[in-house]
Unconditional design. Structure first.
Length: 628
């Protein structure tokens, strides 16, 4: 076994060396399905940017992913095609001009859409896109734009929404306020996708207000706006200006709004609603930024939702060092220089809830300068930990990062993804599709576990420390009945890996009932081939759903959990290692999404995960078995 493990570690290490870019980073694709490709075609056609070669390539990639029944899926084992993704692809293909409405592939997509309820049944945010481009009546949006004026001292205000939620909702507020839409001479007619002709002209609400809790929340927002006591017209103009400024103040160097595809797409339309010409530098720069985030996957062009360069590079640098590569090696040295260069020195929205805290954090994407997150910050610090001991420049970066992490602990003891105490559950009363993943940013099992793991392994804090004790208590309270933990960014196997490794790092013994229960659960779901696999359906059904096949990434997470908790290799560990070194996984599992974005709508396939987590698990296995 030892020789096979060494061979697999060497194979992946050589792959890392081959794929590292000149600036020290790794830019493995961050794949999110065909939705962004579809939206890019729609955006370019709406702006009348005739980049035909680019559009043709996107069309080819979309067609490549169509299913035999005419639909598109979000993930391999989705029970049937996804209506929303299919409607988006259908619209984009027609708008491109390179697919005829009567072609076989287009006709098959049309049949699927109509058989599954028609365009009225697509996701709420797709309806907004359709409304923006003149294909749908604007839904009634009950939240007035004046909400953006509410001070953060008010019971409900803009900064009670998650960073991701704000970035997407602010431009929607501008667009809904005016009911803006823009069609062109090339716009297709999608009226045939409504099951009933009258549906096209009926204005549905964005969400229903007839529930008591929803009415109460909306009433609170409206009363808060009335308390501002300005003339309605004055308030309205001020709100539009504030919303516009909110977007433009958060444009990154590449022209995108917070480095997100969706928020940038919405911002472009919102700016046009505010009177900007489609040729305005703000808009053309934003389009360039979106195009710059494209990558190739199996030869096909893909518009990434964002880039994962910082995340990839922090994980790989740390993993290489865990496997024994010294920090003075060329690959690690270049990677850590890149990581150091991406530490934030600007204040972002996070400072609203942590006003006395200096920047010292990291974000996810290459061009991210003001929108950091906790996970990337701990990952970056893991990577530069040895340099922080030896060099003053890195020590200062380390101290700033650790100070930021400590201050970002939520009042409940856990850690969230982006900001501190953005967890007012009252906002979850709004029946927004995907709202639980969009509206607030609460403490999560995976972020809390990974942050504890950092503090335990890299700062030598343990569960006797008051801060750590509060985090441990929060995490133990949130264990599922079956012994697992729910990961916000990777569902149950991921969440359990993060929680168990975090608890053990801060000194919770493996014999603790919670850890024993988690290990028992993990062993119970191991596949006959020795691996593990979890379906994206877990995210929708709020319970563990087996994939029916093993993936390298899920196996690595489960295996690393067992290795961390056990004093010696168990049969389950040996079987998991055998799966990783044998390379007998089914081909489709390599492209299966391992991350969750928004339940039932948005899933994440990090291409780096196929390498970095098996590499890390095998390195830890070698440490466990020693010279055996």
């Amino acid at each position: 076994m030892k020789h096979r493990v060494d061979a697999e570690i060497d194979r992946i290490a050589n792959q890392f060396m081959s794929d590292q870019l000149d600036d020290g980073s790794w830019s493995y694709p961050f794949e999110t399905g065909i939705s962004t490709d579809s939206y890019m075609i729609i955006l370019l056609r709406t702006l009348e940017i005739n980049d035909e070669d680019f559009i043709k390539e996107l069309v080819a990639g979309i067609i490549h992913n169509q299913q035999q029944d005419g639909s598109w899926k979000l993930y391999y084992d989705e029970k049937k095609g996804n209506l929303t993704a299919t409607a988006e692809a259908y619209y984009a293909l027609l708008y491109s001009g390179y697919q005829d409405q009567h072609a076989g592939a287009i006709e098959a997509a049309k049949r699927f859409i109509l058989a599954n309820g028609g365009i009225r049944q697509v996701h709420m945010f797709t309806k907004i896109m359709l409304a923006m481009t003149g294909q749908y009546e604007w839904p009634y949006f009950p939240i007035p734009i004046e909400m953006v004026l509410l001070p953060d001292s008010f019971p409900i205000n803009l900064f009670d929404l998650s960073a991701y939620g704000r970035a997407n909702i602010v431009p929607v507020l501008i667009l809904a306020d005016s009911g803006f839409s823009k069609k062109t001479d090339r716009s297709p007619d999608l009226s045939h996708l409504f099951q009933k002709r009258e549906d096209r002209f009926s204005r549905e609400p964005f969400f229903r207000e007839d529930q008591g809790d929803v009415r109460s929340l909306l009433s609170l927002i409206r009363r808060s706006i009335q308390a501002l006591k300005d003339l309605p017209e004055t308030l309205h103009l001020a709100a539009l200006h504030r919303a516009e400024q909110y977007m433009t103040d958060r444009v990154e160097p590449d022209g995108t709004f917070n480095n997100y595809f969706s928020s940038t797409f919405l911002m472009i339309f919102a700016l046009m609603a505010r009177g900007y010409l489609k040729t305005d530098p703000l808009i053309t720069h934003a389009v360039q930024g979106l195009k710059a985030m494209t990558c190739r996957i199996d030869g096909n062009l893909h518009c990434q939702y964002t880039t994962a360069s910082v995340w990839n590079t922090t994980l790989i640098s740390y993993a290489l060092q865990e496997a024994g590569l010294p920090h003075t090696s060329n690959a690690v040295k270049k990677a850590n220089q890149y990581i150091h260069s991406r530490q934030h020195d600007k204040y972002g929205d996070w400072a609203i809830h942590a006003p006395n805290l200096a920047p010292g954090c990291w974000g996810f994407a290459d061009m991210n300068t003001i929108h950091p997150d906790i996970d990337d910050t701990t990952a970056a610090l893991r990577a530069i930990r040895t340099l922080a001991i030896e060099q003053d420049e890195y020590r200062k970066a380390w101290d700033r990062g650790v100070d930021w992490l400590v201050a970002m602990q939520n009042s409940d003891g856990g850690w969230a993804a982006f900001e501190k105490n953005v967890n007012k559950k009252l906002l979850n009363l709004l029946p927004v599709e995907g709202g639980k993943d969009l509206l607030i940013d609460p403490s999560t099992d995976d972020l809390t576990g990974r942050t504890l793991e950092f503090f335990g392994n890299d700062t030598n804090l343990d569960h006797q420390d008051p801060m750590i004790k509060r985090g441990v208590r929060w995490l133990l309270r949130h264990q599922q009945k079956n012994g697992s933990w729910l990961g916000r960014w990777g569902v149950y196997i991921y969440g359990t890996w993060a929680a168990v490794t975090g608890l053990i790092a801060v000194g919770i013994p493996s014999e603790h009932p919670a850890i024993k229960k988690a290990l028992t659960w993990l062993c119970s779901i191991q596949n006959p081939d020795g691996g593990w696999g979890e379906s994206c359906t877990s995210d929708i059904e709020n319970r563990y759903v087996p994939l029916g096949a093993s993936t390298r990434t899920h196996t690595a997470w489960a295996l690393d959990t067992l290795i961390t908790a056990e004093a010696e290799a168990t049969p389950e560990i040996e079987q998991g290692v055998t799966f990783l070194v044998d390379g007998k996984e089914e081909e489709w599992t390599t492209s299966y999404p391992k991350g969750r974005g928004m339940a039932g709508a948005f899933y994440l396939n990090y291409h780096s995960y196929e390498y970095v987590f098996p590499f890390l698990a095998l390195a830890h296995y070698k440490n466990l078995v020693g010279d055996e």
